[in-house]
Design a protein around this ligand. Structure first.
Ligand code: GLU
Length: 397
């Protein structure tokens, strides 16, 4: 059994006990409604593809598509389960789903990526749609891929359906602010947290500098936090006076690694590994990449007062227990829900034929994130993760 699914099951076990779920209710959170598993052709090659529709009691299945070599059925199942909980925590009328392809998109040409994305839709189009299942991007996918998918979906079904996917490019019906939404939402959570506990100097370390990590770092810096470390898959960089995130991002966007980018801008800093980043003496630690990075191996060395989980499933259940004593963890199902929240706003805009300004989107997002944060906070006697799960259980059942 894959580690992520194992972790998911442990968290569901804990939630089922705390919320006194019946066996049937617990089963609903363990057995997905539908699993689609198929081959996606690309030239003479074939890749494994998945879409898991986990739970649709609150509305159409909702969740991203991941293109990554590590994708497998267990991972997709866990991620779609977490989407079910996440959409309930922020109280949007949608269920949980997830999908993906076991592929390294960095190794494909743009043409190949387009063909693979279109072929993926051919495999699932009968099972998705604006009122059935609405995919979005996740790790390794973006608005360009979603645009190709919408186009393919419309060709196959013969009708216009902008609300069939979210996080499209703006010219194709995407919502303003969707690109920034997950990171921006995380910054609202950070702001709310800073009103509850003393975050001292406000120093922050961000692991992962993809869209989510970079947008969060930009937004947190704007709020006055000092981002002292960031990293990507090739390593990280620490600079005690605070990094110039916008400059690092603009270099990273041109294809340079975080280390290479930061080294040129901040000569007085130092290179660190991803492992070092977790144990830095900072006030806030933000995992913003993949799952299972905070484990029993490093949990004891973590010094951060607060952990904001922008990745899905970054903390193993065992590490979570160790950390409980010293760090306040804002769980993924709350902290990174900004993405799916603005996806929902996009879906609403598409259905109503409206286009909201970025200001309006961010105002609505801020309200949603801060309200959900408060609703979780009042239940937090056993930590914020248990509180978020308890809130989701109330809404689901
Ligand atoms: N992939 C994102 C997540 O894990 C966003 C999903 C969506 O917008 O539907 O929450």
């Amino acid at each position: 059994m894959n580690k992520t699914w194992q972790n998911y099951l442990k968290l569901i076990d804990r939630a089922a006990q705390k919320s006194n779920l019946t066996d049937k209710q617990k089963r609903d959170l363990i057995e997905p409604d539908r699993i689609l598993e198929f081959e996606v052709p690309l030239g003479d090659k074939k890749y494994r593809g998945f879409r898991v529709q986990f739970n649709g009691t609150r509305g159409p299945y909702k969740g991203g598509l991941r293109f990554h070599p590590q994708v497998d059925l267990d991972e997709v199942k866990a991620l779609s389960g977490w989407m079910t909980i996440k959409t309930a925590v922020v109280d949007i009328p949608m269920g949980g789903g997830k999908g993906g392809i076991e592929v390294d998109p960095k190794k494909l040409t743009k043409k190949e990526l387009e063909e693979l994305s279109r072929n993926f839709v051919r495999e699932i189009y009968k099972h998705i749609g604006p009122d059935k299942d609405v995919p979005a991007p996740d790790v390794g996918t973006n608005s360009q891929i979603i645009d190709w998918m919408v186009d393919e979906y419309e060709k196959l079904t013969g009708k216009k359906a902008p609300a069939s996917f979210t996080a499209k490019s703006i010219k194709n019906g995407g919502s303003k602010g969707r690109l920034e939404a997950t990171g921006q939402g995380g910054s609202y959570v950070l702001e709310a947290l800073a009103k509850k506990i003393d975050l001292k100097e406000g120093t922050v370390a961000v692991q992962g500098f993809g869209n989510v990590g970079a947008q969060f770092a930009l937004a947190a810096k704007k709020l006055g936090f000092k981002i002292v470390a960031v990293s990507d898959s090739s390593g990280g960089y620490y600079f005690k006076d605070g990094l110039d995130i916008a400059k690092i991002k603009s270099r990273k966007d041109k294809g340079v690694s975080v280390i290479e980018a930061a080294k040129k801008i901040h000569e007085g800093g130092r290179e660190i590994t991803n492992d070092d980043l977790f144990t830095l003496n900072v006030d806030v630690l933000v995992p913003a990449a993949l799952e299972n990075v905070i484990t029993t191996d490093n949990a004891k060395e973590i010094k951060a007062k607060a952990i904001i989980e922008l990745a899905n499933g970054p903390t193993t259940a065992k590490a979570d227990q160790i950390l409980k004593e010293k760090s306040l963890i804002v769980p993924d199902v709350l902290a990174n829900a900004g993405g799916v929240t603005v996806s929902y706003f996009e879906w609403v805009q598409n259905k109503k034929g409206e286009s909201w300004s970025k200001k309006e989107v961010f105002e609505k997002l801020e309200e949603k994130m801060k309200k959900s944060f408060e609703e979780v906070w009042v239940k937090k006697e056993n930590g914020l993760r248990d509180a978020a799960y308890a809130l989701a259980m109330e809404r689901l059942f």
